[in-house]
Ligand binder design. Structure first.
Ligand code: ZN
Length: 188
């Protein structure tokens, strides 16, 4: 089943996700359904909040991105095809000392809206897989950017919060229109 993706300014997008404690079939099913939603929307990442669930669970699939990034998973460098789509449960992102890069980001919860966001180039992410197994991932470039964007979602932080004031101001009308459309679509 493809789960519908909620749009800004749905309140669930501002909720901090609860820590996942049950590594069960329901969690695996949710991850599978989120993966289908992400692929159907042609996204490279998706957080549980974006399907209306405030949980520490997100996904990434960088296979369609030009591989100008590096990664190491548990000290090895497995082929991207083997680790994607990557499901991250209870992820914790540590920013590594690195140059900031600026990129025009988009978000599946903000259709048609893009804006420059500066982020550090490299991160260390600890997370659990769907069986609860712990992992350590080091990555850079678009991989690191994607995981920072998704981990922000899990804490109720959105990419518009990371934009420079001027960039954010330039999107103001579009954001107001999107918030209004979301409000009007919401069940009373
Ligand atoms: Zn997003």
């Amino acid at each position: 089943m493809v789960l519908p993706i909620v749009h800004y300014n749905d309140p669930v997008l501002r909720k901090k996700g609860a820590r996942v404690t049950a590594f069960d079939a329901a969690l695996a099913r949710l991850a599978t359904e989120m993966t289908a939603s992400m692929h159907a929307a042609e996204g490279i990442g998706l957080a549980a909040q974006q399907v209306g669930r405030a949980l520490q669970l997100c996904l990434a699939d960088l296979r369609s991105v030009k591989k100008e990034f590096a990664w190491a998973l548990d000290g090895a460098r497995p082929p991207l095809e083997l680790i994607m789509p990557l499901v991250l449960v209870n992820p914790a992102v540590t920013l590594l000392p690195s140059d900031e890069t600026v990129y025009e980001e988009g978000c599946l919860s903000f259709p048609g809206i893009r804006g420059d966001v500066a982020r550090p180039d490299a991160v260390r992410v600890t997370y659990q897989d769907l069986q609860g197994g712990p992992h350590v991932l080091l990555c850079s470039g678009m991989f690191a950017r994607c995981l920072q964007h998704e981990a922000d979602h899990l804490n109720g932080v959105l990419f518009i919060d990371r934009m420079a004031k001027k960039v954010r101001a330039g999107l103001d009308d579009d954001l107001k229109a999107l918030a209004k459309a979301t409000r009007e679509k919401a069940p009373a």
